[in-house]
Write a protein that binds this ligand. Structure first.
Ligand code: SF4
Ligand code: SF4
Length: 482
């Protein structure tokens, strides 16, 4: 009997194309109302009244808050800071970062959900969108329609308003760095300088793009804070949570359904919590890095629970421990003061107190000493050896100030000053500097020839305010040639 041979042929492999990039689905957040939404709008009003209003406040003859980079001077109400005061700016940045750590450890992404500019501007742009295109269902329907006059009109109007808000935001932002009243006039006359024009349009364009189009993608893919926040979370951090033990098994039912008979949990699977979510996630899947802690799902779920006659709080702000152990609010609050929070709070308090003390005891003027490298040591009349220096005196007061300059460190040291500016100086090292102005003064230091060893000698300039006991000492060197 002959055996039949059956050839074994390898089947061609199934080819599956896997895209490395997920197609972006447009999210249409549904409008929602409730206590957390009210809080968010309260924070939007508060932050935006401050942001849009601050550059318009006047302080005497000038803008109250102005970071004048051209003049290298920062005005914050009565405080006048120079670039030499950068330490205070560094202190404020460190305090802001630590505050963020503290609030994150206590309340999770409170900043993201209620005060972050991305959330705030997205909410404002969404509000405009809803007013013109309607709520979620209407917007989805409009996007699905072919081009029509109505669609073009609605979309066009929305974009005009978005661009208006974005440009106003750009002008306001630049108005912190250049006087806003003049900037506005220049904007209307199309005569802004190149830097002002660049930043107004750049900031406006960024607002338009981020709040109008990118929205949740900024939080999901661009914001670094979302990535490292988990390092600051623990089981007692406040997060938006779904009470799974109470909610599951989920299922649709009518108000009169006996849930115990059907073995159902409290979640009616209405998906409203997903529909209101600005990042499009389902909080019932557990804590996710995309959740910005806005509480919209908690607000909408409470309205569902009210309609069904169930207890509120199926989705709520709680902690992992709170949910696991069924703790009351009081029990959760007792866990707020834990070691990590206390350490953050202690460091933050020390820094805040240090910054305030340092600001209040700050000398109200600054001095920079530069040795004039164009003029080497030289012999002048009277057999004197002369070195030349340039001193910049920066008056951080709102009034003109008078100063006396002296120098020490070598025997027989004499001082002679001349101002680099047109106003005449008082003699004998005395200088007057106008309010919030800085002034260059050229100082000639002389010693009798052959009274000091060749080489460099440390000397000390002292600038004494004549209207107050404040003084500033600055070191420099006096060169004696061989
Ligand atoms: S809103 Fe509440 S009831 Fe509705 S699906 Fe979400 S968790 Fe369930
Ligand atoms: S899951 Fe809830 S809290 Fe988190 S982003 Fe979505 S709506 Fe806001």
């Amino acid at each position: 009997m002959t055996q039949r041979r059956i050839p074994i042929v390898a089947e061609p492999p199934d080819e599956v194309m896997v895209s490395l990039y997920e197609a972006q689905k447009k999210i249409y957040p549904r409008s929602v109302s409730g206590p957390f939404t009210k809080w968010r709008w309260g924070m939007i009003w508060l932050t935006q009244v401050v942001f849009y209003g601050l550059p318009w406040l006047e302080w005497g003859q000038r803008q109250a808050v102005l970071f004048d980079l051209g003049a290298r001077r920062f005005y914050v109400f009565g405080l006048i800071l120079y670039p030499q005061d950068l330490i205070y700016l560094t202190g404020i940045l460190v305090i802001s970062a630590l505050s963020l750590f503290l609030f994150t450890a206590v309340a999770g992404r409170l900043w993201c959900g209620f005060s972050c500019p991305q959330t705030v501007y997205t909410e404002m742009f969404l509000w405009i969108e809803r007013k013109i295109e309607g709520d979620r269902a209407a917007r989805m329907r409009l996007d699905g329609l072919p081009l029509s006059m109505e669609k073009v009109t609605r979309k066009g109007l929305k974009h005009i308003l978005w661009i208006g808000v974005a440009m106003w935001t750009g002008i306001t932002f630049v108005g912190y760095f250049t006087p806003i009243r003049e900037l506005l006039v220049e904007f209307y006359q199309a005569s802004m300088g190149p830097w002002e024009m660049f930043w107004v349009f750049f900031y406006g364009f960024a607002t338009y793009g981020n709040a109008g189009f990118m929205r949740e993608q900024v939080c999901k893919y661009m914001c670094p804070y979302a990535r490292f926040q988990s390092a600051m979370f623990d089981r007692d951090t406040l997060i938006v949570t779904y009470d799974e033990t109470r909610g599951e098994p989920r299922g649709r039912r009518s108000r009169t359904t006996d849930t115990t008979e059907l073995g159902l949990g409290a979640c009616v699977d209405c998906t409203l919590c997903v529909q209101v979510c600005p990042t499009g996630i389902d909080i019932r899947d557990g804590l996710q890095y995309e959740c910005i802690g806005c509480g919209a799902c908690a607000d909408v779920c409470d309205t569902v629970m009210d309609k069904m006659g169930y207890a509120r709080g199926l989705v709520k702000f709680s902690t992992e421990n709170g949910i696991a152990h069924h703790w009351s609010q009081r029990q959760m609050l007792q866990r707020v003061l834990r070691p990590r929070v206390l350490i953050y709070a202690a460091v933050l308090s020390v820094l805040c107190i240090g910054l305030l003390v340092s600001l209040s005891f700050r000398t109200p003027f600054r001095v920079d000493v530069i040795r004039d490298r164009g003029v080497m040591s030289r012999i002048v009349e009277g057999d004197k050896l002369e070195n030349v220096y340039r001193l910049q005196i920066m008056n951080a007061n709102e009034k003109p100030q008078h100063y006396r300059i002296s120098a020490s460190g070598l025997s027989g040291l004499e001082i002679e000053s001349e101002s680099d500016e047109s106003e005449s100086d008082e003699s004998d090292g005395r200088v007057t500097v106008g309010p919030a102005q800085s002034r260059w003064v050229t100082i000639h230091l002389r010693i009798p020839e052959n009274t000091a060893e060749p080489g460099s000698h440390i000397i000390q300039f002292v600038v004494q305010a004549l209207d107050s006991p404040d003084h500033v000492s600055e070191k420099s060197v006096f060169l004696v040639p061989r």
